[in-house]
Write a protein that binds this ligand. Structure first.
Ligand code: ADP
Ligand code: GN1
Ligand code: MG
Length: 366
């Protein structure tokens, strides 16, 4: 692998000599590497990613989205006289001038400036981090509100169409290709008891009550970098799914990934629950940046979105488990089933606190 990365990195417009590369991060889809270069005696880092083209079927279109989005955000940051190289992802061009390179096997690769002295967190440590992360994601939506046309490409069609995710789960149950349905009956029943709620946001959008916007769509809290020194949410990353969507997809995934003290794949379900103070911090942070543009109907469904997206991602993990683990990277047997269980435990915890969540929303809404 190191050889392959050395070779591909040489096709990018980077000065100096390749020193080493190492796998980086905990993402489930792409392959990420931190690459070290020697530039006249100074060690400089770059981030390289192999785009998973089984998941993202059209990498050139995906990269066109990312170029447009990063350029737009960079321009805005520069207008504010801030350091754009730490506050927006900065693509390194390939030597042929394009935003990506291809290796001999047809894999697509891209490279970014490595953002130093900032981290992502798989599990948040405190509510200050939750506030900062949510503020940054809201800011990101705000910056993209005036992205010039055309509409961004849909890199994965129907990505957050929860009823279609339910259909996929039902098909996986019918096929039972790996004989695993019998291991997951409780989880299947859990989803089916909530099936009527899966279409709620889609219906509100179809009725014209909540608008389509440019959204991130994968706002796992480890997709925002927090500055080591100030704790500020400085840069939103992982832009593969930036495309038209509903704000709820973003806020919902923040609740899913930012409120539980346990990891996404925790086996001890007694550790999994929604910490109300973390929800409060997310809501406060998100409203601090997105509050100015959110419409009343959008605000109204923010608490529900936490439940819906946790249910939806749980359904996706469960579907992948039933289909034999072909989508999400797994690191042990039953990994996707474990992940689905934590999601459903979180759904339950959110349901139990929904009344207080709505009460808090009333207090905080601008
Ligand atoms: P995945 O789609 O696999 O989740 P990400 O784009 O989120 O890939 O990258 C994986 C991890 O790599 C992130 O969680 C973050 O810690 C780190 N990372 C990504 N981009 C950068 C960057 N430009 N600078 C520094 N670290 C980065
Ligand atoms: C994947 O790439 P990563 O790990 O940030 C997935 C998300 C899921 C998430 C669950 C393109 O995100 O939709 O919510 O795993 N990304 C894609 O952890 O499917
Ligand atoms: Mg990521």
């Amino acid at each position: 692998m190191a050889y392959r990365i050395k070779k591909i990195s040489e096709s990018f417009d980077i000065l100096g000599d390749f020193v080493s590369s190492a796998a980086y991060g905990t993402g489930h889809i792409n392959d990420t590497f931190r690459v070290v270069y020697d530039q006249g005696g100074t060690e400089v880092h770059y981030l390289f990613q192999r785009i998973n083209h089984l998941v993202f079927k059209n990498p050139p279109q995906l990269m066109e989205n990312i170029e447009r989005v990063t350029t737009h955000i960079t321009d805005k940051i520069k207008e504010q006289q801030l350091d754009a190289s730490r506050r927006a992802l900065c693509l390194i061009k390939n030597r042929d001038g394009s935003a990506y390179g291809q290796d001999d096997e047809g894999n697509y690769w891209r490279s970014y400036i490595f953002i130093e002295q900032a981290q992502t967190y798989d599990v948040l440590q405190n509510d200050r981090q939750a506030y900062q992360a949510a503020r940054a994601f809201g800011e990101f939506q705000k910056e993209l509100a005036d992205l010039p046309s055309p509409r961004l490409h849909e890199t994965i069609p129907y990505f957050h169409h929860t009823p279609k995710r339910l259909e996929a789960l039902e098909a996986a149950i019918r096929n039972d290709s790996h004989g695993r349905v019998r291991n997951a009956q409780r989880e299947i029943d859990f989803v089916m008891a909530r099936r009527d709620e899966t279409a709620r946001l889609i219906e509100l959008n179809a009725a014209g009550d909540i608008p389509e916007r440019v959204t991130h769509n994968d706002t796992k809290l480890n997709n925002v970098m927090l500055d080591d020194q100030t704790g500020e949410g400085i840069c939103v990353i992982d832009l593969d799914t930036v495309m038209p969507g509903l704000v709820h997809y973003d806020f919902g995934d923040m609740v899913r990934t930012g409120t539980s003290p346990a990891a996404e794949d925790e086996r001890d379900l007694s550790k999994v629950h929604m910490r109300f103070n973390m929800f409060e911090a997310l809501l406060r942070g998100y409203i601090s940046s997105a509050g100015k543009f959110l419409m009343p109907a959008e605000l109204e469904y923010l608490p529900f979105s936490g439940k819906l997206i946790s249910l939806e991602i749980g359904m996706r993990f469960l579907t992948d488990y039933l289909e034999g683990d072909t989508y999400f990277k797994i690191h042990r047997d039953g990994h996707n089933l474990d992940r689905s269980r934590t999601q459903f435990k979180l759904v339950e915890s959110i349901e139990q606190q929904m009344e207080q969540m709505m009460k808090l929303l009333k207090e905080l809404r601008p």
